[in-house]
Design a protein around this ligand. Structure first.
Ligand SMILES: NC(=O)c1ccc[n+]([C@@H]2O[C@H](COP(=O)([O-])OP(=O)(O)OC[C@H]3O[C@@H](n4cnc5c(N)ncnc54)[C@H](OP(=O)(O)O)[C@@H]3O)[C@@H](O)[C@H]2O)c1
Length: 329
């Protein structure tokens, strides 16, 4: 079968290759085998290939934090999924044609969900959901501010926030994105820059913003912090600059602003398997009905993994780069 292997950590499109590897074999008791139908290339996968991610397994390594698959066989004792079902996988190493996993890691999806959207269910939708539920106690009418607002997480967050009656300030790198984000339900859109706090204050009429959601890091974290009310919280959950988050003394010492962090796995681990399945059932339902959606820019075959990786690292993309290892989706 075909599988992406890294023989070294480095420039992703240089170090990743599509290799022929041994089949995964038949499922044992309590195991599920599925064909990988599609996977996205997320920023964390790019960091993984570079060797800059929190996980750096021994080489050769296979990237891939998420995918959608179709079950081909189940082992003894597996009852919650059957051959033909669509599943997402809670484990990694998904940049391959086939996976054999523990049954509890295979989460079933609705049969008629769009396969491209299904490939992106595992990480970004619950991230957007939990960033809005687990950091600050927000009530309808409250404001939140986020950067990378045109990212997949950012767009999902706009939709989920609007559905809860929350108002969003959306920070991006170019004004041409405003119309698209407003159509999703964004209340205010601004271009990042040194005077961000003054422009946000003017655009919101001096709104009291208690939560800032940051995936740029570096000085951008401090710019979000400056937009918050006293005792607000900035939650850093990524670093598109590759820098550590910075927060101004004025915010921390005089205004009591808190800097905290979010990692999906850490926040999911606070929940039971039943609660996790319920979260995915709810999100998958919203994706199936088209309420939630993450745009896709291009889908590549697995043999073109190098081109796909180079494409995924381009700025100003219109959507995600996906790979379909077992034929077009
Ligand atoms: N902590 C967690 O558990 C968790 C879970 C999911 C995602 N994340 C993080 O969430 C972030 C967004 O992920 P995604 O999959 O939604 O991303 P995505 O759809 O691939 O979009 C990437 C975004 O990053 C922006 N960007 C790229 N380079 C940048 C830079 N140097 N400065 C500022 N913005 C930059 C892009 O803006 P342009 O369009 O202007 O290029 C785009 O908005 C990533 O940092 C990811 O690691 C974290």
């Amino acid at each position: 079968m075909k599988q992406v292997l890294l023989d070294a950590y480095g420039v992703p499109e240089d170090v990743a290759r599509c290799a022929e590897t041994a089949d995964v074999g038949a499922p044992g008791a309590g195991e599920v085998v599925f064909d990988v139908l599609a996977f996205p290339i997320n920023p964390a996968d790019v960091w993984f290939c570079k060797g800059n991610y929190r996980l750096k397994p021994p080489l050769p390594a296979t990237p891939g934090a998420e995918c959608v698959g179709r079950v081909t066989a189940v082992g003894a004792g597996v009852v919650h999924v059957k051959p033909g079902d669509l599943v997402i996988n809670l484990q990694r190493e998904n940049w391959t044609q086939k996976r054999r996993v523990k049954a509890e890691d295979a989460i079933p999806l609705p049969a008629d969900i769009d396969l491209r959207q299904a490939a992106m269910v595992r990480i970004n939708p619950p991230t957007a959901l939990l960033l809005l539920s687990d950091i600050v106690d927000l009530k309808p009418g409250d404001w939140v501010i986020q950067n990378v607002a045109n990212s997949a997480v950012g767009k999902l967050l706009i939709k989920l926030a609007a559905a809860r009656g929350l108002r969003t300030v959306n920070v991006v790198r170019r004004e041409s994105l405003f119309a698209e984000l407003k159509a999703l339900g964004a209340d205010v859109c601004v271009v990042d820059g040194p005077d961000l706090a003054a422009r946000v204050e003017a655009a919101t009429g001096g709104a009291r913003i208690m939560l800032g959601i940051d995936a740029v890091a570096g000085a951008a974290t401090a710019r979000l912090g400056a937009c918050l009310a006293n005792h607000g919280t900035v939650c850093n959950y990524g670093s598109m600059t590759g820098e550590d988050p910075v927060m101004g003394r004025n915010e921390i010492i005089y205004r009591g602003v808190t800097l905290t962090g979010f990692m999906l796995g850490r926040f999911m681990a606070k929940r039971s398997l039943e609660q996790i399945r319920a979260i995915y059932a709810d999100l998958a339902g919203q994706i199936r009905s088209g309420v939630l959606n993450a745009p896709v820019e291009q889908v590549y075959p697995i043999g073109d993994i190098k081109t796909a990786l180079a494409h995924a690292q381009r700025g100003e993309r219109g959507g995600k780069i996906l790979v379909a290892p077992n034929g077009p989706v």
